[in-house]
Write a protein that binds this ligand. Structure first.
Ligand SMILES: *Cc1c(COP(=O)(O)O)cnc(C)c1O
Length: 365
């Protein structure tokens, strides 16, 4: 039975990427930063329960989710494994009791969030992380707000700030001047909280140099097979392999077109494989006209527009292409960064959009 697309999750490749990032984060000065994986958005679409379970076995003890609902599911999945689960959305209105009940550590992003968690904690002490914005201008306290905060410590009276974080806007571009500016702002602001650990680097940040690694790094994409610079990287293994079977092989005569909009016209007689995969499985519609798949030792061009359920692939001169044979959309032979670039998007978006229709297969312990 191979009539559907198949997403294979290689947990050994995940462990290998984790080891690569851990080694890269090993600061000579203090024996190595903690790796706290970002498992938000269901571990970039791959399955947060499986990913966090395996990374726990590899030694990870802290995990980042975005939404409260993700934190609740992950806490359940981890069972009695006492992981620290950081909640990037922080304390949204009304969520404090649920955050505490699930034992999540909110990342406090603003003075109102600090107020909400501090007043919820009243009379006790609750852990929290603090997010300082150093140039992304999405979430986080402005550095000057952090200064105000330290001058009004009763705002933190019932809080134990265990960690101060910030997030890099351009970590995949080592030469971008914003990196050094964010590092300087973070170093200064984090010094206001001398008892807290510090965390700045995502996947790209780990490779910007030892200065960026601090006590904890928060990689996501490079655990899951994307290069830290948004291009394929030999050190990082493919974790997700998306494949789809050939439904039909046909010959398109010269001068005829393929698919919606007649967007591709055969200049010569062309052998074409029709695959059981489309944008409803997560193949970007924008993969036309540059996208390719991997089969029988070579990249094969996609021809014509991506349909909801089907794509067409050039198999001229490829005798092995028979109905039922599986072609690789992304995987070890076709890096997710390459497939993303061909569709004008990123590995992040490509992975998170692989739809449930693809049958999940787990490889590795
Ligand atoms: C998503 C996210 C990460 C992980 O980033 P990658 O680029 O996938 O390594 C780290 N920190 C924060 C705050 C994030 O939102």
């Amino acid at each position: 039975m191979t009539e559907t697309s198949r997403l294979t999750l290689d947990l050994d490749a995940l462990a290998s990427n984790h080891a690569v990032l851990k080694a890269a984060a090993a600061n000579a000065s203090h024996g190595g930063a903690e790796i706290a994986p970002a498992v938000k958005a269901d571990a970039y679409g791959l399955g947060a329960d499986l990913v966090a379970g395996r990374l726990w076995d590899e030694g990870a003890r802290g995990f980042y989710v975005a939404r409260l609902s993700e934190g609740l599911v992950l806490r359940q999945a981890l069972g009695d494994r006492a992981a620290t689960i950081y909640l990037l959305d922080g304390v949204t209105p009304g969520s404090a009791p649920a955050i505490e009940a699930a034992g999540l550590t909110p990342v406090l992003n603003s003075l109102p969030q600090i107020e909400a968690w501090n007043s919820h904690a009243r009379g006790r002490t609750l852990d929290a992380a603090l997010h300082i914005d150093t140039g992304m201008n999405r979430l986080g306290l402005r550095p000057e707000e952090a200064v105000v905060l330290t001058g009004a410590m009763d705002r933190l009276k019932f809080l134990n700030i265990t960690l101060v974080i910030s997030h890099l806007a351009c970590a995949s571009e080592p030469d971008h001047p914003l990196n050094a500016r964010q590092l300087a702002r973070f170093t200064e602001a984090a010094a206001l909280f001398p008892n807290a650990r510090r965390s700045l680097a995502n996947s790209g940040g780990i490779f910007l140099g030892a200065d960026y690694r601090f006590d904890q790094c928060r990689p996501g994409i490079s655990l899951y097979g994307g290069g830290p610079r948004d291009v394929a990287d030999d050190r990082i293994k493919a974790v997700a392999t998306l494949e789809a079977p050939i439904l039909q092989a046909r010959v398109v005569p010269r001068g005829e077109s393929i698919g919606y909009g007649a967007a591709f016209t055969a200049r010569d007689t062309t052998r074409v494989a029709i695959l059981a995969v489309g944008y409803a499985d997560g193949v970007p519609r924008a993969a036309h006209p540059r996208g390719a798949v991997w089969f029988d030792g070579a990249r094969r061009q996609m021809l014509g527009r991506v349909s909801m359920d089907l794509i067409a692939v050039d198999i001229t001169d490829c005798d092995a292409a028979r109905p039922g044979a599986m072609m690789q959309i992304i995987g070890p032979d076709l890096p997710v960064d390459d497939a993303a670039a061909a569709a004008g998007t990123t590995a992040y978006e490509l992975l998170t959009r692989i739809a449930p229709r693809a049958r999940r297969v787990i490889k590795g312990g």
